[in-house]
Ligand binder design. Structure first.
Ligand code: NAD
Ligand code: GLY
Length: 358
């Protein structure tokens, strides 16, 4: 087992990563406040792993909520079912919520915890690769609105992240690929050496080699922990974690939540960001090709859906959370391993990228 720390002063928390951790109550129990616990999962994950989580909570006053499965349920209606369960079971301010599932369950449970009685404790038990390398770490919580992805939410850090890498055994290949998009993101924005390692080890990752997956998860969590510790509220550097996401969120919203997976949209979005960076002369075409080849080799799309128009992209991108005073900011590449957040890109070159892709 490896343990990393997200260093946030008295709100610091561990990320435990290893095989078979779902049975290890001693890793979870110290982070449970009070006696009342609500485990939130969904109809797919609960039959697979809920019993193992409940087995770690013996002697506590434990309730469960099982949500419908899918990005299309990451909304205020579903959130309300969690509030209703919390109130019906009379959970008080000293309770702890546990999110058992992928990024959808993690984001929505985190937001329920951030807002219930103005904030209660929560723990993350992520079961998708995407959630293990990204969404369970860093405290971004929230739900979607019909007009924009993740537009309603809060920063609220978990008390602990427990990653049992064995849960990936039941994840299908499409979901594994979606998680690899965020893994590739870390190489592109922060770590050229990790990017090279991914080029050499993508086949092993796709074949679910345990050692390769463990290294990719550890390296990803370590980069994310470092960035979150430096800029928890995204006043600067944390925005780099959104490489490809402005394009990607437009794809997710434009195609209807749940049709393109988040990781798939980010894959195509990172190719668009690399293309735009090359049009500014910041990276060369060979770098764009390397990024595109790696994303393709992970089984991810490298272009947006043909039905999306340039105007639809521009309209949807305008509601991005990185927009300040009406001006859109984008994460672009200066090299493989170095990214910037900038409003200083040329609008006509963005138009060219959208024309080429859409
Ligand atoms: P998801 O939560 O929808 O999970 C994908 C699918 O896998 C679901 O059908 C789920 O039920 C199933 N599943 C989960 N674990 C499984 C397992 N072990 N075995 C079999 N099936 C399993 O999607 P996701 O990719 O995990 O997360 C995407 C969400 O995360 C998006 O809403 C995105 O906006 C959000 N996100 C948040 C952050 C953040 O910082 N908070 C970062 C990245 C993404
Ligand atoms: N996934 C982007 C972030 O956590 O900041």
């Amino acid at each position: 087992m490896k343990t990393l720390t997200v260093a946030l002063g008295d709100r610091s928390y561990p990320i435990h990563i290893g095989q078979g951790l779902l049975g290890q109550a001693d890793l979870l129990r110290p982070h449970i406040r009070g006696r009342q616990v609500l485990v939130v999962s969904n109809e797919t994950v609960a039959p697979l792993y809920l019993d193992r989580v409940l087995g770690m909570l013996t002697g506590l006053d434990v309730s469960t909520v099982i949500l419908p499965d899918g990005e299309q349920y990451k909304n205020l209606d579903t959130l309300n079912t969690i509030y209703t369960a919390l109130l019906e079971k009379r959970l008080n301010r000293g309770c702890t919520l546990i999110a058992l599932g992928g990024g959808v369950v993690g984001d929505i449970t985190g937001f329920a915890a951030a807002s219930y009685q103005r904030g209660v404790a929560f723990l993350q038990v992520p079961t998708t690769l995407l959630a293990q390398v990204d969404s369970s770490v860093g405290g971004k919580t929230g739900v979607n609105h019909a007009l924009g992805k993740n537009m309603i939410g809060a920063f609220h850090q978990p008390g602990c992240v427990l990653i049992d890498t064995n849960t990936l055994d039941t994840l299908d290949d499409r979901q594994l690929a979606a998680g690899l998009a965020e893994v590739i993101k870390y190489g592109l924005i922060h770590d050229a050496e990790f990017f090279r390692w991914l080029e050499q080890n993508m086949a092993a990752l796709m074949a679910r080699d345990k050692a390769a997956l463990a290294y990719a998860i550890e390296r990803s969590c370590s980069i994310k922990a470092e960035i979150v510790a430096a800029d928890e509220r995204e006043s600067g550097r944390r925005a780099l974690l959104n490489l490809g996401h402005t394009f990607g969120h437009a794809i997710e919203t434009g195609t209807g939540y749940g049709n393109w997976l988040h990781g798939e949209a980010v894959g195509a979005g990172m190719v668009m960001a690399a293309d735009l960076s090359a049009r500014h002369g910041w990276i060369n075409r060979a770098d764009v090709e390397r990024a595109t080849a790696l994303i393709r080799s992970a089984g991810l799309p490298v272009a947006p859906p043909p039905e999306m128009s340039k105007q639809q992209f521009l309209d949807l991108m305008a509601v991005d959370k990185k927009a300040v005073d009406g001006g859109l900011r984008l994460v672009l590449l200066k090299a493989i391993g170095i990214a910037i957040v900038t409003a200083d890109y040329r609008a006509e070159l963005l138009g060219e990228t959208l024309d080429a892709a859409a």
